[in-house]
Write a protein that binds this ligand. Structure first.
Ligand SMILES: [Fe+2]
Ligand SMILES: [Fe+2]
Length: 171
């Protein structure tokens, strides 16, 4: 069975994954309002993936006879200065999540909880993709700057993304 400390940490991570989803829905709604429906589609897919991340943790907790305790989800920001600014915030957020996952791995190792350590490795690999995919969009948006044509092209490209029910970015 999972230690109390580990359960508390995983419950904190479940809340962070649900918040990630909420944050990305807020970004998608901001993009919709900014006439960037492709970017909105990309962020909606991202939001759905975050729900899968939360669900995987909940399933694991139940499998190990832990108890999932849902907490309040913080209100996300509703506005950003620009589409670029929002994607920069998404990248920053993913970096924060990576450090939380790293913290969970450290705790699992301190507790000699090899099962949890092994389970968490999926998230360690997933965070590489998460940071890379948000970072790639940030770089492209920086490249196009204020170009309307570039903006149109990148919105088109982002709109090609489809939700992957496995919960991974699958790049
Ligand atoms: Fe996540
Ligand atoms: Fe994420």
């Amino acid at each position: 069975m999972l230690s109390e400390k580990m359960q508390k940490a995983i419950n904190g991570q479940i809340n962070a994954e649900l918040y990630s989803s909420y944050l990305y829905v807020a970004m998608a709604m901001y993009f919709e309002a900014s006439d960037m429906s492709g970017a909105a589609k990309w962020m909606n897919a991202q939001a759905q993936e975050e729900l899968v991340h939360a669900d995987k943790f909940m399933h694991y907790m139940n499998e190990r006879d832990g108890r999932v305790k849902l907490d309040a989800i913080e209100k996300p920001p509703l506005e950003w200065k620009s589409v670029l600014d929002a994607f920069k915030a998404a990248l920053e957020h993913e970096r924060k999540v990576t450090s939380m996952i790293n913290g969970l791995v450290t705790l699992a190792r301190e507790e000699n909880d090899h099962m949890t350590d092994n389970f968490l490795q999926w998230y360690v690999a997933e965070q590489v993709e998460e940071e890379a995919s948000a970072g790639e969009v940030v770089r492209k948006l920086k490249l196009i700057g204020d170009s309307g044509g570039g903006r149109y092209m990148i919105d088109n490209e982002l709109g090609q993304r489809i939700f992957n029910p496995a919960g991974g970015s699958g790049e």
